[in-house]
Design a binder for this molecule. Sequence first.
Ligand SMILES: [Zn+2]
Length: 277
Amino acid sequence: MACVFCGSDGKMSKEHLWPSWARATLLDTEKDMVVPHSIESSEAVSVREWDAPAFSATLKRVCLQCNNGWMSDLEHRAQPYATPLILGTPTTVDASAQRSLAIWAYLKCLLFVTVAGGQLADVYAVASKTFFEIQSHDLLPLHTSVFVAHHVGPRQGQYQCRLLGKPDRPVCFVQTFTIKQLTIQVVNNYLVRAPIEFERDPRLGNVDQRIWPTGADFDWPMENGLDDAGLTIYTGPQVHTAEESRRAQRTRKKLSPSARRNKRLATKRARRRGRRG
Ligand SMILES: [Zn+2]
């Protein structure tokens, strides 16, 4: 199997899906915990959910050279910035921290989708190759935005991917992962080749900061935290973009009764996840 990034069929290696140093931030009593993962697609209404032991999963789709070379450099550069955010240690997130965190988070999201397989992985195979070409310039694609939020709920971690549009014609990918107190959301906007403008759910208030494109310095932890219910809103079907809400209004009438039922079930499931906390 060829490396998803450079395409080489050289020796493959085991890449940590979650950073291996994230597991080191867990207390011994937390190491048996499982982290929920889910992938949802709003139009195809396909939901895939799985639990995995906290931050220990690996995958073998990356060659040794990529893993030990540029990927390891990105990890090492992000780790000192990410660790205080994960642990809730007061710090200032400046532009260089924002850049390192955003590029690292984007890489992690590419790997998560690789695990998902199927049509999503096909879309992301192209993204992985593009990323491989631009990462040495310290850049992300034009249509990418990355946000951080301060998670204050008891959940140790979570990964969620939400696809808007069809897998072969994506409108937007929203991927969110949480490691303890750090929630990062990577949004790829395929409608316009520009960073997205979100209309966040009004219940959330002002909970996040955009770190890509990088912006002004800000202090961590942020004033408003996201509890687990907030995290479900932040990642869930309630999260919408201006484009999506217009689309939803147009397509609502067209849904067949079974599609409407599936949609209701997906919402229920999301609510249950929120309650499970
Ligand atoms: Zn490679």
